[in-house]
Write a protein that binds this ligand. Structure first.
Ligand code: PLP
Length: 348
């Protein structure tokens, strides 16, 4: 049965999938080093980070979060965490796991940050680094990362942005924002299988003595290997080849073009939500996903869609579902998705 994925990473082009289906080439070679350097160059360009470096981990996005906490936050001092849902909350758990000092700034579900309150609390805080998702994927809420960057600059506080679900969905220019560190991963905006996470370190972030807080993700050791285009431990070679192809394709139109097409899909789906009266969650919506509520058929929607090969993302909140706008999805396919949800709601 054909799968229509409105989860992460969404549907991927057949020829990019095929790169991952072939034999795995040996990677301690000049060819692979060249591929990695090319990947790093294209990623830095896409994220607007001129003199930075990219660390690559064969892992999901949470590994990059933990790497930042164990190597970087541990070195710079107390963390100030914006907690507006699952992913903001994860920073708290990781800091606690590593026994690091942190302060929490709570934001209600699906609401934007009260930036004046943030300014006051950050101004009165002894924190050294702010940790925040650009897009809180659990609610679809997009935070104003440029505004957060400006507040951080005002108080000389470092900024770590979790762009796992916003990279290539919403605009992010690292140098302009003044972000010291950004993390992302392969299975969201890059529309690739899960398996690579990235830590992008600005020139300013590179200029500190990192703590050796985690053997596998050790920044210093990974940076040393990166100078020869290698990772210290076995990379998921074919996924790095898929990444190279994806970045090459994106390079022509730049990030703006990918963002534009994602936004177009989001706008089309949201038009349908309004038509059918499905209330949307976020105060300021990311292009990455739409979170919405249905009123009937709540308990059967996920299972019934699955029978048709359609995947959307359920949640613990009654009637609340999320649809991703990443990956291949035509207007006809979105129409079919909307029709299927509507029919199940009418039946339920
Ligand atoms: C998906 C996601 C992550 C990482 O989750 P993994 O399952 O470990 O890849 C981190 N932050 C945000 C905002 C995310 O959406």
């Amino acid at each position: 049965m054909k799968i229509y994925s409105y989860a992460f990473p969404g549907n991927i082009e057949e020829d990019i999938l095929q790169i991952g289906a072939g034999q795995v080439p040996y990677m301690r070679t000049a060819w692979f080093s060249g591929l990695m350097k090319d990947n790093e160059r294209m990623l830095l360009k896409a994220i607007g980070c001129k003199d930075g470096r990219v660390l690559f981990y064969t892992s999901s996005g949470t590994c990059a979060m933990e790497a930042v906490v164990a190597n970087y936050v541990a070195a710079v001092g107390k963390a100030f965490i914006v907690d507006g849902g699952t992913f903001g909350h994860r920073w708290i758990e990781i800091c606690d796991y590593h026994g690091l000092e942190r302060q929490v700034f709570e934001v209600p579900f699906a609401k934007d940050i009260d930036y004046e309150r943030l300014d006051r609390e950050l101004g009165g805080s002894d924190a050294k680094v702010l940790l925040c998702p650009q897009h809180e994927t659990s609610s679809g809420q997009l935070f104003d990362i440029e505004r957060i960057g400006a507040i951080c600059r005002k108080y000389g506080i470092r900024l770590v942005v979790d762009a796992v679900s916003s990279f290539l969905a919403d605009e992010l220019d690292m140098d302009r924002t003044g972000a010291d560190v950004v993390i992302t991963s392969s299975q969201k905006g890059l529309n690739l299988p899960p398996g690579i996470s990235f830590v992008i370190l600005s020139a300013k972030a590179l200029d500190i003595d990192f703590v050796h807080g985690c053997y596998y993700s050790d920044f210093q050791n990974n940076l040393k290997n990166l100078t020869r285009g290698q990772t210290p431990y076995s990379p998921m070679t074919t996924l790095f080849m898929q990444l190279n192809e994806r970045l090459r394709r994106n390079e022509a139109g730049g990030p703006a073009e990918v963002i534009r097409t994602t936004r177009e899909k989001a706008m089309y789906f949201r038009e349908k939500c309004r038509e059918y009266g499905w209330e949307m969650s976020a105060e300021r919506q990311s292009n990455a996903i739409t979170g919405f509520y249905i009123r009937k058929g709540v308990d059967i929607l996920f299972e019934e869609l699955q029978k048709k090969g359609i995947y959307i993302m359920p949640s613990a909140r009654p009637g609340y579902f999320r649809v991703s706008h990443m990956g291949i999805q035509s207007r006809e396919e979105i129409d079919a998705l909307v029709q299927a949800i509507h029919e199940i709601e009418m039946r339920g």
